[in-house]
Design a protein. Structure first.
Length: 201
């Protein structure tokens, strides 16, 4: 194959190049271009394709690291992000394995942090959210053992009722609020009784 020219893919990223060949255009990371000595003229196609795969993995890893830099993500969230960037499954899987080696992705750590950072949510709500983020059910169930629905529901109700009169309208709002947070009626009823708020069966 023949390499015809090089051009920056974007002015905002000096590491990503478009390598123009007689067989099409390919995206390459500058590190891989240097590593394999890719230059204009004839170039071994087998080596070129090997370099391309290594480049794709490096670029995908860079995207993933930037994606998780602001806050922790689940394995599924990272995979979905990379698939949207049009990386193929083998590349995505390799990147995930590297992130695990670096301790950058750990669904158990994510789940534990999610439970602690969302103290208003019921166990059911937490399970639903974590499942939607791709955390496996057995791990979600294990993490959610620390969630005490009655304790959380009571704290939510106390916070909601602060400086409020316990009239029927306020109670209805409280019921809707607690229900939205995932608490079942039995837990809500017990909570209202503890606050001496009458309930309608």
């Amino acid at each position: 194959m023949e390499i015809l020219s090089f051009k920056l893919k974007s002015k905002t990223n000096s590491n990503i190049f478009v390598v123009v060949t007689d067989n099409g255009e390919y995206i390459f990371h500058s590190e891989i271009i240097v590593k394999y000595g890719i230059s204009k003229g004839q170039f071994d196609e087998e080596i070129f394709l090997k370099a391309k795969q290594e480049s794709d993995e490096l670029i995908a890893l860079s995207f993933a690291m930037k994606y998780v830099s602001s806050n922790i993500k689940t394995e599924k969230q990272i995979k979905d992000y990379l698939y949207k960037k049009e990386f193929i499954k083998p590349i995505v899987d390799n990147v995930i394995n590297k992130l695990k080696e670096y301790n950058v992705v750990d669904d158990k750590v994510y789940a534990d942090m999610y439970v602690k950072s969302n103290p208003s949510f019921s166990k059911r709500k937490v399970q639903q959210k974590l499942n939607s983020f791709g955390v496996k059910k057995d791990l979600t169930d294990e993490i959610c053992e620390q969630v005490d629905d009655e304790e959380r529901c009571l704290k939510n109700a106390q916070k909601f009722m602060r400086a409020k009169v316990a009239d029927k309208k306020t109670q209805e709002k409280l019921n809707r609020r607690l229900s939205y947070l995932g608490y079942n009626w039995e837990t809500i009823r017990k909570t209202l009784n503890k606050l001496n708020i009458e309930t309608e069966e």
